[in-house]
Design a protein around this ligand. Structure first.
Ligand SMILES: Cc1cc2nc3c(=O)[nH]c(=O)nc-3n(C[C@H](O)[C@H](O)[C@H](O)COP(=O)(O)OP(=O)(O)OC[C@H]3O[C@@H](n4cnc5c(N)ncnc54)[C@H](O)[C@@H]3O)c2cc1C
Length: 447
């Protein structure tokens, strides 16, 4: 008779923090932990109860900073050595494969009906809002992780051309509602159309730009569908095991970054500020399906009438949100006249001057130049922060910039934690020196 094989369950290890890497992203690790073994410290870092951790690796998968790793306790090390020894002996032992332990309660029930990620494509007079394409970019990445399709929802009048653009930016499918009733955005007809499509096709996630229109529409849709909506997200990720959208945004007056999940109702809805995510590459060769939908609605049923569209005055306004180079000043600039020093550097780089809220509150700069939670979200190629400490409310508006240069005389200023290049010193010496250097380089390249 064959000797019964000895079975040893392979240990999965235990998650542990690499403190130097943690960026206090807003407790994403804690929110996905099915065993509730993670507490957050006051500084926003996870404290893991190793004695209860099952090594399921969910926290590791969602960590945006690779700040968590698996390690094996001495007891687990011994087991691993034992398994290796038995394997080396060849066939003397069968090792039970590790099973990821998932609590029944952790999995949403009835979720199976809802599938796919949708992006609402906003347009005015057929001109799409760029944030819609940004959301298709991030949306298709998240959808791939969930192994589902990305769909765009386009509502308007004579807007079929936008369907091809949506496909080029990452949509696999487009639901198109094209009718004169939808020429102008009006809450009633638009939210009726979106709700009708959601009820019919049941997407699990819906992303909407946090613009005036998007905020209005998403709120109405979420209320009607009685689902959760997380407004003004600054970060998105998915927990593919639980099929949850991890929605990060500032909370409690911007004092913490919270990661919010809509666990038991669908679709999971988020609005996301423009410039939070990269504009994806446009691929005109992409193929996708266009589904024409007809909503039973007539103009007579709609009480809101659009009489005239009056464009806001933009003459001379500086487009901080759309700039490629931003030289930004904070309280360290000390006086409104000193912003000239920043303007000279910005002119040399072909950029614009922005500021922190401290500079706005002091009356040195207009509010439309403010970057941050209550100001603009920016994503320039270069962001030069001069005399800005790096409060979280400022960081949420600029931390996704391609290159961040911080100039601050306090070497411990938090801005250096997000900066790619840090210059410790007096901005009134460093900024003019940079401008001079650039002028010299330009002169040399001409001669
Ligand atoms: C609900 C809420 C929303 C908010 N929204 C925003 C927002 O949208 N945007 C925003 O920016 N803030 C916002 N804030 C305010 C935020 O908390 C900070 O108070 C603000 O960002 C600080 O601005 P600051 O960095 O310019 O000033 P400070 O924090 O005072 O920092 C000034 C920095 O300048 C440095 N410095 C001084 N002199 C020099 C020099 N000569 N050379 C070099 N460095 C120098 C100092 O070392 C210091 O680090 C918000 C706050 C709340 C509560």
């Amino acid at each position: 008779m064959e000797e019964e094989k000895k079975k040893i369950k392979k240990p999965l290890g235990v998650a542990r923090l690499l403190p130097a890497k943690c960026i206090a992203c807003g407790a994403r690790c804690q929110s996905v932990c099915a065993k509730h073994v993670i507490e957050m410290s006051e500084s926003g870092e996870p404290i893991i109860d190793a004695s209860r951790c099952t090594g399921c690796r969910r926290c590791i998968k969602v960590c945006p900073a690779e700040a968590l790793e698996i390690y094996y306790t001495p007891e687990q090390q011994k087991l691993l050595e034992e398994i290796a020894r038995m394997e080396a002996q060849g066939g003397g032992a069968a090792v039970a494969e590790p099973e990821e332990e998932v609590e029944e309660d952790a999995l949403p029930k009835g979720h199976g009906e809802y599938k796919g990620l949708w992006v609402f494509v906003e347009q005015v007079d057929g001109v799409p809002a760029a944030v819609s394409w940004e959301l298709l970019g991030v949306g298709s990445t998240l959808a791939r992780q969930l192994n589902v399709e990305t769909a765009a929802v386009i509502i308007g009048n004579k807007v079929e051309n936008l369907c091809y653009e949506a496909i080029a930016y990452g949509a696999d499918k487009v639901y198109l509602v094209d009718h004169p009733v939808y020429r102008y955005y009006r809450t009633g007809p638009y939210f009726r159309a979106v709700c009708s499509l959601v009820r019919k096709y049941k997407p699990e996630i819906m992303l909407v730009g946090a613009t005036g229109v998007g905020r209005d529409l998403a709120g109405a849709v979420a209320t009607e569908l009685r689902t959760g909506l997380t407004a003004d997200c600054t970060g998105l990720a998915v927990d593919s095991d639980r099929r949850l959208l991890m929605q990060t945004r500032p909370a409690f007056g911007g004092n913490i970054m919270a990661t919010i999940v809509t666990e038991k109702i669908w679709p999971q809805m988020s609005t996301v500020r423009p410039h939070t995510f990269h504009m994806p590459e446009k691929d005109p060769n992409r193929k996708g399906e266009i589904i024409h939908e007809v909503i039973d609605i007539s103009e007579d049923e709609i009480c809101t009438k659009v009489l005239e569209i009056i464009q806001g005055k933009t003459d001379g306004a500086v487009d901080v949100a759309g700039a490629d180079v931003i030289v930004s000043g904070g309280r360290g600039v000390q006086h409104p006249d000193n912003f000239k020093v920043l303007q000279e550097l910005a002119d040399e780089l072909g950029g614009v001057v922005a500021c922190s809220r401290a500079a706005v509150d002091a009356g040195w700069m207009p509010q439309e130049r403010q970057v941050g939670q209550t100001g603009k979200t920016v994503r320039p190629k270069i962001y030069i922060a001069c005399g800005i400490s790096g409060a979280i409310q400022h960081l949420v508006g600029m931390q996704n910039s391609d290159i961040i240069v911080a100039i601050n005389r306090d070497k411990n200023a938090p801005i250096f934690e997000v900066a790619h290049y840090g210059l410790v010193g007096d901005l009134f010496k460093i900024v003019p020196a940079l401008t001079r250097q650039l002028k010299e380089l330009r002169a040399q390249s001409k001669s």
